[in-house]
Design a protein around this ligand. Sequence first.
Ligand code: DQA
Length: 147
Amino acid sequence: PSILVLHGPNLNLLGSREPEVYGYDTLADVNQKIVAAAPAGVDVKTLQSNAEHVLIDAVHEAKAQGVDFIIINPGAFTHTSIALRDAFLGVTIPFIEVHLSNVHAREDFRQQSYLSDIAVGVITGLGAGGYVYALQGARVAVDLRKV
Ligand code: DQA
């Protein structure tokens, strides 16, 4: 099985970007934790982009490559991107939405997500651990073919 982990805009700044909100791990640290937590036999690839179209193209390519599951932190595109939503609807690859911070404890504009209602699940506020829990959730979902 294969899992694609997508990191959206500004997540390349992790470690120095509002660390009291997003933590002190760099994106490289987070990716290392993700790869280390990958279940045996599962191929995990990660990609970060600040560009909406690159993330959309990655979702399309995932379909062509037969990727089984996507874990995505869409960053601010969570709250703005109908195009990213449509990409997921278009490929029907199951996905989990992850946020480092607890978006529900923050500004009103972060309460709206264009992805949550079509996600398998949402993990928010558990820092970098959220990606590790999402990997576990992805494996369960794929194993049980509940997706
Ligand atoms: C975020 C939350 C978003 O509201 C914000 O725009 C981000 C990061 C998070 O991981 O907590 O860029 O997705």
